[in-house]
Write a protein that binds this ligand. Sequence first.
Ligand code: SF4
Length: 402
Amino acid sequence: MSSLGLEELYELLDEVLSRKDIRRALDVSSKRIENNPLSVMARYSYLEKFRDEVRKAKEEVLRNLDYYIDKTMESVRKINGEAYYADTSQDVFKLVEDLVGDPPKLVIKSKSMVTEELKLRQHLEEIGHKVIETDLGELLIQIAGEKPMHTIAPAVHMTRERAIKLLSSIGVKVSETSTLEEIVYQVRVYLRDIFFKADVGISGGNTIAADTGAVFLISNEGNIRNTTNLPPIHIAIISVEKIMPNMEMAYKQALLQAANAGLYPPTYLSIIAGPSSTADIEQSRVFGVHGPPRVVVILYNGGRKNFLKHEYLWEQLLCIKCGRCQGVCPVWSLTGNFWGGEVYGGPMGIGWTAITEGVEKASKLALFCLLCERCTEFCPMRIQLHKIIHYLKTELFKNWVY
Ligand code: SF4
C-alpha cells in the first residue's frame, strides 16, 4: 500500500480531521456553500433552464475544440487584442515572461484556478518579479504558502484569528481585536496603492465567447476590475474548455457559475472585449485611455485535449468550476481540498487531478470517496462525477498488489 502513497494520504486526512481550527472553519463555510445555491436556484427559476443549454453549448465546443480555439483567437485579434495558444505550462511561461518584461516588475493577479494549476505566481517570483494576489482569500493563501481549499472560496478553512495573523505578517494594519469589517477595510487600504503601481495585471476568465473574443469575469470584491483595468497590460489566461460558442452562452455560463457558487447576482460581471481606446479627437483611434492599451488572451491546453475522447474523463471538461459538488460532499466538508491534488480537490478535483496530474494520482484520491452520488445529483452540468470516480477507483485496483 505504501508504494501507492495511500498511507501518506490517509495520514494527511487524519491530521486534517484532528485540526480544530480547520474543523471549525469548514463547519461554518461548508454549510453556507451547500445551502446558498439552493435558495438562489429556487428564487431565480430561469437558471434551471440554463443548465441544459450551457451543457449543450459546451459539448459543441468540445466536439470541435480546435475550430473554436482558432475562432476565439481570430475574434480577439479582430477587437485589437492579442491572442496566443499555449499547449504546455512552459509555453505559457515563455509568453508571460516576454509580456511582463525584465524583472523586477510588480504583477497583480486576480484569483484563477488555471494560474494555480500553472504555478504561475511562483514561477514569476522565482525569476525576480513581485507578484501580489488581489482576491482576499487568495492573498491569504499566498501568504500561508498553501493551496486554495475551494474553487470560489480559497481560504474557506481559515479562521478569523488565523487570517489576522497572516495579514499582520505582511504589514496589513490589523490586530487580534479587529472585526471582519476592519480587516476588510485594512486590506483595501493595503492593496489600493499596489493596484495603481502595478506594471501588469493577470486574470483568468470564467469564460470567453468565440464569436467576439470577449472575456467574462465574475467578481464580488471588485478586485478583478482593478486588476484588469489599472495596469497598462492585462493578460487573461483561460483554459481551452472555458470557450463558449457565443456571447449569449458565455453570459449564461457565467450566471450559472455564480448561482451555483451561491453568489447571485454576482456583484460584478466584467466583459472585456479588447483594449480601451478612444477616437474622440479627429476620429483617430488611440489605444489606452483609462483601461490598458494592451489586452492579451492566452488559451491554455495543459493536457485537456488528451481527454476529449476518454470514455469517462471527457465529461469533466464540461465543468464550470462552480464548486457546488464540493459543498454537498460529505468528505470534502470534513477535509476541504486537502483531499485533492496539487490544485483541485473534492469531487470535481478528482477528475481534474486525473486530467492535470495523471490518472494514477487521482485514483488514490478516488479511494476516499463514499460514492454517495450527491455530487452528481447537484452538479449544474449534470456531470456523472460518481462514474468518473468509480472508473478511477477501478484503475487503482487494477494495479493493486495483494
Ligand atoms: S463538477 Fe459540476 S458541481 Fe463540481 S465544480 Fe464542476 S460544474 Fe460545479
